[in-house]
Write a protein that binds this ligand. Structure first.
Ligand code: SF4
Ligand code: SF4
Length: 432
């Protein structure tokens, strides 16, 4: 997996080879597409199931795991014609999940698909589970078939546009170039996100390029909750929390991690903004248990407070100091969880994106890019280290950067052309 440059295609970009630890008895393939408006995994399952199954079979063979589950939401299962429990091939079964948010969060996904609870601060392997995204399994299956590394990315282009699509583009393709090729004009008063409306981040399409973790690019109007929450200024959010929180606890009552029995209580985190952090430092550590789903901010709080932003602030500080929650204890899923899960449609409506939810259509590969800018550090771990220099000529699939020390990945040319080193990226221009 490392030599093909395969990284978790559905999340933070964890190098996939590093998950192949011993002690697992289940491979869980995440096809739940947690975020609204994204259809990338659905299209891959619809069009390339055989290759996905090839990747899964290879992991099963390599690890000796006897069973794999592909977990998908009910609406995706309906569209694909898959029933719960369907055997797709030897040892590989479908698990249909409820249409709730945030079911794709790894801890929620594992609990819902298997009934196993990953303890706070621990990895899935502690429950005997390896989790990969559908596209990661596609990338592995394709790499095995072709003996070629990953150089292309499946991406949903959606939001407030006439026809959402899924395309396959070279890694490093600039978002503005993709928009040009799709005849998409960016209007005044709109924001572009890398990722979904709940957890995606605001990007500048003129400078931002597709990476191995780009799942979707959304164009959304500035006046909907999905965008407003991302433009929240952290200092303002903390100041507002200090003055406006009435400690009603609704944010904690609806927090999906709290419902799973995790000791994360957003209402108390908001209170720490008032200085309690000094006397309750352990509670601040629980910020690292937050999955960033935004339910506390966009659905629970009626005072316009963003516990998520307050917690995000703590997470940054804790990460800088390499601190995380790691306390042993007995954790039990709350009985009321079942009744408090947020229906997917309600979540879309809270974010203001229901009217943009149209099934995306796959329109094929777009390859004729004049330039790509391949990021060297948009994965977890050490940045990749260039093995090419300015003015080198490279061919598609050629190695352009090797894995750095420790956890890291190599990078490969996604088009043929001439190299320019650009700091945290390698630029390749097509030779005319
Ligand atoms: S829901 Fe809002 S007002 Fe209530 S405790 Fe949470 S942050 Fe405070
Ligand atoms: S964003 Fe809020 S609701 Fe979601 S996990 Fe974090 S604290 Fe809980």
């Amino acid at each position: 997996m490392q030599k093909f440059g395969i990284v978790g295609a559905g999340g933070a970009g964890f190098p996939s080879y590093a998950k192949l630890a011993e002690g697992a008895d289940l491979l869980l393939v995440n096809g739940s597409e947690c975020e609204p408006l994204l259809y990338t995994d659905y299209i891959i399952l619809k069009n390339e199931l055989t290759i996905v199954l090839g990747g899964i079979s290879r992991v099963l063979y390599h690890t000796g795991i006897q069973k794999a589950i592909i977990a998908i939401k009910a609406h995706t299962a309906l569209a694909l014609g898959f029933d719960d429990g369907k055997e797709l091939c030897d040892k590989v079964f479908v698990k249909v999940l409820p249409d709730v948010y945030p079911i794709g969060d790894e801890v929620s996904l594992i609990y819902e698909a298997t009934g196993r609870l990953v303890k706070p601060g621990k990895l899935p392997i502690t429950q005997g589970i390896i989790v990969y995204n559908v596209e990661t399994m596609y990338n592995l299956g394709r790499a095995i078939r072709s003996s070629k590394p990953v150089t292309k990315k499946w991406v949903t282009i959606g939001g407030d546009i006439e026809k959402p699509v899924v395309i396959k583009v070279p890694i490093g393709a600039k978002i503005s170039d993709i928009f040009k090729k799709l005849n998409i004009q960016l209007k005044e008063g709109y924001t572009v996100l890398d990722g979904g409306p709940s957890m995606g981040k605001i990007i500048n399409p003129l400078t931002y390029a597709v990476s191995k973790t780009t799942k979707g690019i959304l164009i959304l109007p500035n006046d909907i909750q999905a965008v407003i929450s991302k433009k929240t200024n952290i200092e303002m959010a903390v100041a507002r929390a200090e003055t406006a929180c009435c400690q009603c606890t609704r944010c904690t009552d609806m927090c999906p991690r709290n419902m799973l029995g995790y000791p994360l209580e957003p209402h108390k985190m908001v209170r720490t903004a008032m200085g309690v952090a000094e006397v309750m430092p352990q509670m601040v550590l629980s910020a690292t248990l937050c999955c960033g789903c935004g339910i506390c901010e966009s659905l629970a709080c009626s005072q316009g407070i963003s516990p998520r932003a307050v917690i995000e602030n703590y997470k940054k500080l804790l990460s800088k100091n390499k601190l995380r929650f790691d306390l042993p204890g007995e954790y039990k899923v709350r009985e009321e969880r079942e009744y408090r899960m947020v229906p997917y449609k309600k979540w879309m409506s809270m974010l203001g994106v229901s009217k943009f939810d149209k099934m995306a259509e796959y329109i094929g590969e777009i390859n004729d890019f004049e330039r790509v800018e391949i990021p060297l550090s948009r994965h977890i771990g050490a940045p990749s280290v260039p093995v090419v220099k300015d003015c080198d000529i490279v061919n598609e699939f050629g190695l352009i950067a090797e894995a750095g020390n420790g956890l890291s990945l190599p990078q490969h040319a996604s088009i043929s052309g001439i190299v320019t080193l650009g700091g945290d990226k390698i630029i390749i221009d097509k030779v005319r």
